[in-house]
Write a protein that binds this ligand. Structure first.
Ligand code: S3P
Length: 168
């Protein structure tokens, strides 16, 4: 099992992929994004998976991909915002690397996801309220799985990467 991996958790739009890609480039480690791996394994995009299999089908695929990725050694893994909703996923990350919770204000999250059509959970009448509700449910989960909390509001991705690196 891989022990030196870095896992990035946090809400949709916080910048897990951008920050993860940058971090991986600086460390010269491979980068994976669970959502992209799920899509390539399935041969379909996330909205299609949610349509055809529902959120529960997507969650099964997500856990399967995570099981595969935790076996890496020295990888940066950006995860989907709902990864923490299955306790098994939290156990997998905690025992195979260091977990960073990236946070941002609701205003930032709303701004960064506002034109997005690829996140099925936000295709609702009031996406801001959905973001608030999801955060209320998930913030304690992110905090309990994370080794470190990284604030991204008012910081560039580069600064967030430096913050993460200071803990490695
Ligand atoms: C989800 C977050 C998405 C993606 C899916 C569900 C969630 O990932 O996994 O749309 O439940 O918060 P990002 O956090 O990368 O947008």
């Amino acid at each position: 099992m891989g022990e030196r991996n870095v896992f990035l958790v946090g809400p949709m739009g916080v910048g897990k992929s951008t920050i993860g890609r940058l971090l991986a480039a600086e460390l010269n480690w491979p980068f994976f994004d669970t959502d992209r791996v799920i899509e390539s394994r399935t041969g379909a995009d996330i909205p299609w998976i949610f349509d055809m299999e529902g959120e529960s089908g997507f969650r099964l695929r997500e856990t399967n991909v995570l099981r595969e990725l935790v076996a890496k050694d020295g990888a940066v893994v950006a995860t989907g915002g709902g990864i923490v909703t299955r306790p098994e996923n939290c156990d997998l990350m905690r025992s195979n690397g260091v977990v960073f919770y990236l946070t941002a204000s609701v205003d930032q999250l709303v701004k960064r996801t506002s034109r997005d059509k690829k996140r099925p959970l936000l295709q609702v009448e009031n996406p801001r309220q959905k973001i608030v509700d999801l955060l209320e449910e998930r913030d304690p989960l992110y905090r309990s799985v994370a080794n470190y909390v990284i604030q991204t509001d008012h910081f560039s991705p580069k600064t967030a990467v430096a913050d993460i690196r200071s803990h490695l």
